[in-house]
Design a protein around this ligand. Structure first.
Ligand code: GLC
Length: 648
């Protein structure tokens, strides 16, 4: 839609910035094409703000300046990615999330670890927050005191740039976080607010007394009810109350102020211009607050994300956005955009629902609740992708719906209680060793901490020196990884899981961490232990080589790209989660037995999905299976799985 004033304003600004309309024609085209959307999203948010026009001008300038600053090499990469189409849907990308300091000390050392990733098959690194964050009140780096200064613990900005360059040369992708919702109370904006500067007090939600905070508390849930109850913190220096949804030292930014938006957009572009391929937007569900609501998942939070997406599409279009919304399934879906904005908000979201459902299946040996949840998960629009995972640095929330549990004939409250007991090791006979996180004694809600290996029983099996239990736990670990690798989306491993790390309890001795048991599953890597990945017969070797094999299978098969190409098989056997991935002429059946008994799956289950060949080739066991008569069965061993291709 042509908008005379807006387009004139953009043209003037571009002229002033001395951008060459011919040389930078693609940028210019993108800008004009997105201008109306940017304008209308901006107005949706800030139409009635007194600084509206001034800040719109600054926003447009921020886009131009950021484009100008972008290295030619990244501009070329942008174009390559745009020409590829949805580059990030590819089956050839596998990620790993890691804390640089806990993995290998600092950014420089990470250069020497690139071969380790290559060996495993990982070509995307999610480096957990690297920017300045006060020791002792850092929330693993999610309390940022300077968005542009690398924390000394990790090195310098130059180190990150050098690493990025090396990764880029080796065909690897980089992902980092923007902590959008809040800053550390040590950030310069917060410090100025504490000193009483009104301009900066308006960067946060600050109140002179408890009346508004109390009104908010009526409807806002608590995120860390045990470690940081409530949503407001008293600030002695200025005698005011500030909103702190997460920890007391994480101050929520006030996005009703357009200046905050423009400042944070500038930070986003700063990261884009470091060569970031995927930007993880931390906690986007929380970025808009409104009295009388839960202040989560509000429509204007989506407007902010869409506005960011439009701006990024203009200046740095090669950077994809991941919205870290760990919310109810039907809410997660909205982060991909809805209505006219479908597939125009976040490119990625975590498939947190499926992740939790995998843990449900592992505990119960039953796929019913998982299947009952699929109608929601399958709504994801084409052109967007899940991040699939079994574990990450955060806790596991059992966030799927009560209805899905009820459909499986169970009582939702009792069932969740069973799972919490099972994984925290309080259920008789459970092999898992985890802990409850975020216990809310008022609602009895809680999430689960623990590493993949410990939750799958490896820690206990090792303690008990029980070889059979060790074997079973390894099978569970690989089953969990396989399911999340093939289900569609970009698999994101969590560091340490590839070598079977069990819980690390050293956090209990650190006053900056001991209030947060998520640290038990954020191990410090011991490279002596990791050497065992090369020694046959060790647990480390078995887990590493199996993970490696899963990644290489995924890389071979285009159907594993996230092309909205997954169909669930009818549950002929409720212990088995089974789906088919289709792409062009390819049909790949993935079947996972979550029970501790052998499962029998009738060949009819395959025929129902239009299989026409006589045999299936299983990439995992490297065997061919002749398809039998309808009444005959494929047998899947306990915690076993197949990745079978239809041989035409
Ligand atoms: C996200 C992070 C989590 C952090 C929170 C607050 O959920 O994943 O680790 O505590 O945001 O920044």
């Amino acid at each position: 839609m042509y908008q005379h004033d807006l387009h004139t304003q953009i043209n003037e600004l571009i002229k002033k910035s001395k951008i060459d309309f011919n040389k930078d024609n693609l940028f210019y085209t993108r800008f004009i094409a997105n201008a109306a959307a940017i304008h209308s999203l901006y107005m949706d948010l800030y139409e009635h703000h007194p600084q509206r026009d001034k800040m719109l001008d600054e926003l447009l300038q921020t886009i131009i300046i950021s484009y100008k600053k972008r290295d030619t090499i990244f501009k070329q990469k942008d174009e390559e990615k745009l020409n590829k189409g949805f580059w990030f849907l590819s089956n050839e990308i596998t990620g790993m999330s890691l804390y640089v300091d806990r993995f290998c000390g600092n950014l420089q050392n990470l250069n020497d670890k690139l071969d380790y990733f290559k060996k495993l098959g990982v070509n995307l690194l999610h480096l957990m927050p690297l920017f300045e964050s006060p020791q002792g009140e850092s929330d693993g780096g999610y309390a940022v005191s300077d968005f542009k200064e690398i924390d000394k613990r990790f090195g310098k900005l130059e180190d990150l740039k050098a690493l990025e360059q090396k990764m880029n040369n080796e065909g690897m992708y980089l992902m980092i976080d923007i902590v959008l919702n809040h800053t550390s109370q040590q950030h310069k904006w917060a410090k100025k607010a504490k000193q009483g500067e009104a301009k900066y007090q308006d960067f946060f939600y600050m109140y002179a007394d408890r009346s508004i905070p109390d009104a908010y508390e009526q409807t806002m849930p608590e995120v860390f009810p045990d470690g940081a109850p409530g949503n407001f913190t008293y600030v002695e220096e200025c005698n005011k109350w500030v909103m702190t949804v997460f920890n007391t030292y994480q101050w929520d930014l006030n996005y009703t102020n357009p200046e905050v938006f423009v400042e944070m957009l500038d930070n986003i572009f700063f990261y884009a211009n470091l060569g970031v391929d995927i930007l993880r937007i931390d906690a986007p569900a929380f970025i808009w607050k409104q009295l009388g609501t839960a202040s989560q998942n509000l429509p204007k939070a989506h407007s902010i994300l869409q506005l960011i997406k439009q701006c990024v599409n203009v200046a740095t279009p090669g950077m994809a956005l991941l919205g870290e919304a760990i919310v109810a399934p039907h809410e997660i879906m909205k982060y991909f955009g809805t209505g006219l904005a479908t597939a125009k908000e976040c490119d990625f979201a975590y498939n947190a629902t499926q992740m939790a459902l995998q843990w449900d299946m592992l505990a119960t040996g039953d796929a019913s609740i998982m299947l009952a949840s699929q109608h929601e998960i399958l709504q994801k629009p084409f052109g967007t992708s899940w991040i699939t995972y079994t574990r990450c640095h955060d806790d596991i929330g059992l966030g799927y719906t009560d209805e899905a549990i009820q459909q499986a004939g169970l009582n939702a409250y009792e069932h969740r209680r069973f799972l919490k007991d099972y994984y925290s090791g309080n259920y008789n006979g459970s092999p898992a060793k985890g802990a409850l996180f975020g216990v809310n004694y008022k609602t009895q809600d809680a999430r689960i901490s623990g590493t993949l290996a410990s939750l799958c029983g490896l820690e206990k099996a090792i303690e008990e020196n029980n070889n059979d239990a060790i074997k079973t736990s390894i099978k569970k670990i690989i089953l969990m990884q396989a399911h999340s690798f093939f289900i569609g989306g970009l698999p994101m491993l969590f560091y340490g899981d590839e070598a079977g790390y069990t819980n690390d309890y050293s956090y209990l001795n650190d006053a900056g961490k001991n209030y947060d048991n998520r640290w038990m599953h954020r191990p410090v890597i011991d490279w002596e232990k990791n050497k065992k990945i090369n020694i046959k017969g060790t647990t480390e070797n078995e887990i590493f080589t199996s993970t490696q094999k899963l990644i290489s299978i995924r890389k071979k098969i285009a159907a594993f790209g996230d092309y909205k190409n997954l169909i669930w098989l009818s549950p002929h056997n409720i212990h088995v989660a089974a789906f088919v991935r289709e792409f062009q002429n390819q049909k790949v059946f993935c079947l996972f037995n979550f029970s501790n008994q052998a499962a029998y799956l009738t060949w009819y289950a395959f025929k129902e999905r239009g299989i026409v060949s006589l045999a299936l080739y299983d990439y995992w066991s490297e065997q061919e299976f002749v398809i039998g008569a309808d009444h005959e069965y494929l047998i899947i061993e306990p915690y076993g799985f197949y990745v079978m291709e239809n041989r035409l």
